[in-house]
Design a protein around this ligand. Structure first.
Ligand code: GRF
Length: 264
């Protein structure tokens, strides 16, 4: 690949095999990108060692200790400047608005504190695209609006272990297998204000047979993830991805509209 290299920031929580696939694709010049930082919510994330080996700067925002400290005395919490709970709650569709108000408040306040810390660390490394590579925390509108600061320009990508919109959540491969699906897969999508609900960039699928186990499904899925993520990043790097509002005529004067990704 010979185009101008985009700068990628990555967030991880665990083993970082997707991170490794992206590092390798960058180093081998298979994509026009370089990784400028790797951040995590988990001080023990094994993927940090992969970043260090590749001489990529790393940082940790320890979500668990932020949540614990908040729980000990919520009234003492110092919330980031500009954080407005009502605005965030109205935008988000991560959590049902029927949830107990105290729980909603605690969720969004703890996440805002953690997200501010992530943003402060990230601000040291200017980037064009943020990739979530096994980052196991939901990001709230507080964080998303700081990154997507130009209307319509989506800059956060995620990889999900299922063929969305089926099986959002943390165990996509397990849910796919337990449902009895004959096909599993993975999805790369842009992040919006919901959980695994943003516009889809790409998907790959694999067959599931009677002899498959959760381990074999994960193995097949991960191999496809390692191809799909770099391919999706390259499309972004080439400036080919745009998100458009598409209207569908359902007949009987009914219509449906959704934001989708168009790849030129
Ligand atoms: C992957 O299956 C990814 O789809 C999901 O979390 C897993 C992360 O694996 N979001 P790794 O840390 O990249 O190995």
């Amino acid at each position: 690949m010979g185009g101008k290299k985009i700068r990628i920031g990555a967030l991880i929580s665990g083993g970082g095999t997707n991170l490794q696939a992206i590092i390798d694709a960058c180093v081998q010049n298979k994509i026009d990108a370089r990784i400028v930082f790797v951040g995590t919510d988990n001080p023990d994330a094994k993927g940090l060692a992969r970043a260090e080996k590749a001489n990529i700067p790393t940082f940790v925002t320890d979500y668990s200790s932020i949540i614990k400290e908040y729980g000990e005395n919520p009234d003492a919490a110092i919330l980031p400047e500009g954080f407005e709970l009502a605005d965030i709650m109205q935008k988000q569709f991560l959590i049902s608005q029927d949830t107990e108000p105290e729980k909603l408040k605690a969720f969004f306040e703890t996440r805002a504190i953690a997200e501010r810390s992530l943003l402060d660390a990230m601000n040291q490394y200017p980037f064009d695209l943020l990739v979530l590579a096994g980052f196991m925390r939901n990001l709230t509108p507080y964080f998303i609006d700081e990154i997507n600061d130009e209307p319509g320009r989506y800059r956060i990508m995620n990889i999900h272990p299922a063929l969305l919109p089926a099986f959002p959540g943390t165990d996509g491969y397990g849910d796919t297998l337990r449902y009895g699906c004959r096909v599993g897969g993975c999805t790369v999508h842009f992040i919006d204000y919901g959980e695994d609900s943003g516009p889809i960039i790409g998907q790959k699928s694999f067959p599931i047979s009677d002899t498959d186990t959760k381990e074999s499904v994960i193995r097949k899925g991960l191999h496809l993830e390692w191809q799909l993520y770099p391919e999706s990043i390259q499309k972004f790097a080439e400036g080919r991805l745009s998100v458009v509002e598409k209207n569908y005529d359902l007949g009987n004067s009914k219509s449906f509209s959704r934001k989708i990704v168009v790849c030129s």
